[in-house]
Design a protein around this ligand. Structure first.
Ligand code: NAP
Ligand code: 12T
Length: 344
């Protein structure tokens, strides 16, 4: 089997460090692994699975001899260095939002639309974390019943905004418990004018607002990316909220189906959906919660109920470690899928 020279761009970050773990634990066939980050991190050692890796500074020359690069250093870094990587012949799987809506770039959740990978031109985009978990959770419902519209509210963990936001939740929680005023410098993400404390709070802003229509960019990613991934006009209404959870996004999802629902079939379909774990047993108070699934790569679905007033309405609760399925794992899974399809 071919072995690949792998690079991880943004390897010291919340997503990048999970990417390294995923490459090792999901047996991505590597020959070498190069960890790249800013000049601040150059020379740092990262230990994973008993192996020590030394971080190198990202430059335009970093991609010579690299077969596949997994990117999670933010949109501006992807924008600046992607050309050099593509020219060096490297296949790039990018976690930033920069290329997602580019018609020349496939946007992929492997269990939903892996065929789109065949059209890549050196760049594949990893969708937004909230979008990936929703698309994975509803994929088989779409196949069996057809989806007209989704109404979703998210409960997003601070780690979605990176290491700095995780540090902020810890520090603020400590300050509040010590009777001190919490200091807010990071969240809401994209909040360039104002910051609010997340400890013991909820913030109905993730990423910046689109002042024309009142939705946040995060909400519009769910609208636009879902359409692109399914290649269908699935309508999405989203409300994205940051909650004081360290790791793992949750979503309350309402689906309006095209065909009338058959609830026993709904449960059967969800129990047999790739990437989905149906975790729903009310008599025993079983339902997914973020702390139960840290480090796990599945989307966990529970609280599955029919709309009380319509046989075309379905309610469910989905939970996933967004650093895994929403970011690192989905990217490594894209790479593994490409190998399986013979296109990497
Ligand atoms: P993070 O924890 O803040 O990590 C950022 C990474 O980027 C660090 O490794 C950092 O290196 C590196 N970096 C920053 N400036 C750089 C530069 N000038 N040159 C090279 N490397 C640089 O952020 P994160 O949460 O991992 O997110 C990173 C990206 O993934 C973002 O595009 C985000 O939108 C996307 N994403 C995140 C999630 C999620 O759930 N977190 C989900 C999907 C997509 P240093 O340590 O050296 O600064
Ligand atoms: N602003 O990948 O703040 O587009 O939680 C993911 C997470 C952007 C993205 C966040 C963000 C993305 C966040």
């Amino acid at each position: 089997m071919k072995k690949y020279n792998v690079a991880i761009v943004g390897a010291t970050g919340a997503v990048g460090s999970e990417m390294l773990r995923c490459v090792l634990e999901f047996n991505f066939p590597y020959e070498s692994i190069k960890l790249l980050a800013s000049a601040r991190s150059a020379g740092k050692t990262i230990s994973q699975n008993g192996i020590d890796f030394v971080v190198e500074e990202l430059t335009a020359d970093s991609f010579e001899g690299i077969d596949v690069a997994f990117w999670s250093a933010g949109g501006s870094i992807s924008e600046k260095y992607m050309d050099a990587a593509v020219k060096a012949g490297c296949v790039n799987i990018d976690n930033s939002s920069h290329f997602r809506m580019d018609p020349n770039v496939p946007l992929v959740v492997p269990e939903v639309n892996s065929e789109a990978l065949r059209d890549h031109k050196g760049i594949i985009a990893n969708p937004n974390c909230t979008t990936i978990m929703m698309c994975s959770a509803v994929n088989r419902i779409e196949e069996v019943f057809g989806i007209e519209k989704i109404t979703v509210s998210t409960y997003q963990a601070v780690s979605g905004a990176g290491v700095a936001a995780m540090d902020e939740l810890y520090a603020q929680s400590r300050d509040v418990l010590d009777g001190k005023e919490p200091i807010a410098k990071v969240l809401p993400s994209g909040g360039d004018k104002k910051h609010y404390p997340i400890a013991f709070n909820c913030i109905p802003q993730v990423d910046v607002f689109n002042l024309e229509n009142g939705y946040s960019k995060e909400e519009m990613k769910m609208v636009n990316e879902t359409k692109k991934i399914f290649g269908k006009d699935i309508k999405v209404n989203a409300t994205c909220v940051r909650v004081p959870v360290l790791r793992g996004h949750s979503e309350s999802i309402h689906i309006q189906t095209k065909k009338p629902l058959d609830m026993p079939l709904v449960f059967e379909v969800l129990a047999n959906s790739t990437g989905v774990h149906l975790y729903d047993d009310l008599a025993n108070q079983i339902y997914p919660m973020p702390t139960a699934f840290i480090g796990d790569e599945m989307v966990h679905v529970g609280r599955v109920r029919q709309d009380l007033f319509s046989d075309h309405g379905l309610n469910m609760w989905a939970v996933s470690d967004q650093l895994m399925k929403g970011a690192a794992y989905n990217s490594i899974d894209i790479g593994l899928k490409m190998i399986e399809m013979g296109i990497l």
